[in-house]
Design a protein around this ligand. Structure first.
Ligand code: NAD
Length: 493
């Protein structure tokens, strides 16, 4: 496919027709209410988006239940499911430019990142579960001679999915692909800020052969559609990505309703630890920069707490400040743009407020990215203590807290002193130290001499209040399946 220029993206945008209607039972349907989808790029209205009522949400769940009980998807052979999911991936590839553009218009992220990173991840995720679905084996445990025991994985039934706005399609694919691979039916509520690409994704799934009713999308507010899903007695498993605070509401709702399983991928305040003995200081600087400023800093696993060994601090920080100009905010539709817009006016105000508060608290401002453009904040760097609020709370913007440490033990203590435990990174050339650190850090992902690398083969999940369960890899299947044990008495009869 030809590389798109800025002009090509503009032309595509001018010709793009956007459908904001809900997707229920294989059809586009008007919402009982609508809200304007506003692009953070210039605050213009992209389209009206359906905001579903409780009745419409219940209807989508009823179709999901009916299709699951009738086995219209669940009972298809693994070979058929695999072919449909591969067709789905092929169609996503065909519509890759359109989906990337929708993602950028809705979120304000750079178009090249949407196209090269997000869509590549989405397509590879769908293919990975398509390929994996007939490689899921049961177990025959060792029992005494008179018995045969079988352990098998069965689809759990109806899945409700509630998603955030920072990687709408990528995180969606992490839920939908394993759910469908196992044969479940699913109802998704995208973030009220970013419904457009999710609606198109579901329509494309339907074109690929996912039967009507198996995969519906009901956009709307968390307090409406989200709450209805979380309290619904016919949802067996609720899969969530979003803030820690919302996850707590969902856990309560499960207890108040049918004790549905709730899996949550939530917030973070990840520590990125650079030792003086790292292989290559410039590489560590680059890793720290991408680790915190990518996607305008709106990344759950962003390395927002940078711990630098005291002896290299001056050198490191000088290089980091210089390098960070790579993330100068620009027009998200410019194919050379590396930093786009924050999600909306309200969030931009909140990020600027975090920065103002940190200054008022006495944190030392080393690089100021405030008010860089419309809905834009550039790379912002503070020297802090571990106790400064900006070093403890998730800002969800391009704001870095840098701290120093003298010993390995001190680095571990600072890194683990957080309610979160999503990610951590260590830069060192000493093998034993790298392993000691990886084992001591309380985080679901630990990166050694890189920041946030990985692929579909490895799980993604958090310790502590960063969540429970995992996305990606075969470990994600736990969210979407029940384990059934069958014990056969071989001496009966
Ligand atoms: P959010 O919690 O505000 O919203 C997430 C979703 O929950 C949205 O669809 C929202 O409408 C819905 N929601 C809100 N209140 C609800 C309620 N009471 N009942 C049901 N649903 C409700 O989060 P956000 O602002 O969209 O996303 C940012 C957060 O997501 C950050 O904390 C970030 O760290 C986290 N995140 C985590 C991961 C991960 O994999 N761990 C990935 C991306 C984002």
């Amino acid at each position: 496919m030809k590389k798109m220029t800025t002009q090509d993206w503009q032309t595509l945008r001018n010709n793009l027709s956007i459908d904001g209607r809900a997707f229920i039972n294989g059809k586009r349907v008007a919402g009982d209410k609508t809200e304007a989808a506003i692009t953070p790029i210039d605050n213009s209205v992209l389209t009206e988006v359906a905001f579903c009522s409780e009745a419409q949400t219940n209807e989508a769940v009823a179709y999901a239940r009916q299709t699951f009980n009738q086995g219209v998807w669940a009972n298809r052979s693994p070979g058929t499911k695999k072919a449909v999911l591969h067709r789905f991936a092929d169609l996503l590839q065909e519509h890759r430019q359109e989906l990337a553009l929708l993602e950028t218009l809705d979120t304000g992220k750079p178009i090249t990142h949407s196209y090269e990173h997000d869509l590549a991840g989405v397509i590879s995720c769908v293919r990975w579960y398509a390929e994996g679905l007939d490689k899921i084996y049961g177990e025959i445990p060792t029992t005494h001679k008179g018995a045969l025991a079988l352990v098998r994985r069965e689809p759990i039934g109806v899945i409700g999915g509630i998603l955030p706005w920072n990687f709408p399609l990528l995180l969606l694919s992490w839920k939908v692909a394993p759910a469908l691979a196992l044969g479940n039916s699913i109802v998704i509520k995208p973030s009220e800020k970013t419904s457009l690409s999710t609606l198109r994704f579901a329509e494309i799934a339907s074109q690929a052969g996912i039967p009507d009713g198996v995969f519906s999308v009901t956009p709307g507010w968390g307090q409406d559609v989200g709450k209805t899903l979380s309290l619904h007695a016919d949802i067996d498993s609720l899969v969530f990505t979003g803030s820690t605070n919302t996850a707590k509401h969902l856990l309560i709702a499960a207890g108040q309703s049918n004790m549905k399983r709730v899996s949550a991928e939530t917030g973070g305040k990840s520590a990125n630890i650079v030792f003086a003995d790292c292989y290559d200081l410039d590489k560590a600087v680059e890793g720290a920069m991408h680790g915190v400023f990518y996607n305008q800093g709106q990344v759950c696993i962003a390395g927002t707490r940078l711990l630098v060994e005291e002896s290299i601090y001056d050198d490191f920080i000088k290089k980091l400040i210089k390098k960070s100009s790579y993330y100068t905010p620009g027009n998200p539709l410019d194919s050379a743009c590396s930093m786009g817009c924050l999600i909306d006016d309200e969030h931009t105000k909140a990020v600027n407020q975090h920065i103002d508060n940190a200054i008022a608290e006495g944190a030392e401002l080393l690089l100021d990215g405030r008010h860089a453009g419309h809905n834009q904040v550039g790379p912002t760097i503070f020297k802090t203590t571990p106790q400064h609020t900006v070093a403890c709370e998730e800002v969800f913007g391009p704001v870095l807290s840098v701290m120093t440490f003298k010993t390995e033990a001190q680095a571990i203590a600072i890194a683990n002193d957080s309610i979160y435990g999503l990610g951590a990174a260590v830069w060192t050339a000493e093998l034993n130290k790298a392993h000691r650190m990886a084992s001591a850090l309380q985080a679901g992902s630990v990166f050694i001499n890189n920041y946030n690398h990985g692929d579909m083969t490895v799980p993604w999940g958090g310790y502590k209040q960063s969540g429970n369960g995992s996305d990606k890899s075969f470990h994600a299947l736990d969210k979407f399946s029940e384990l059934k044990m069958t014990w056969i008495d071989l001496n009966a009869g």
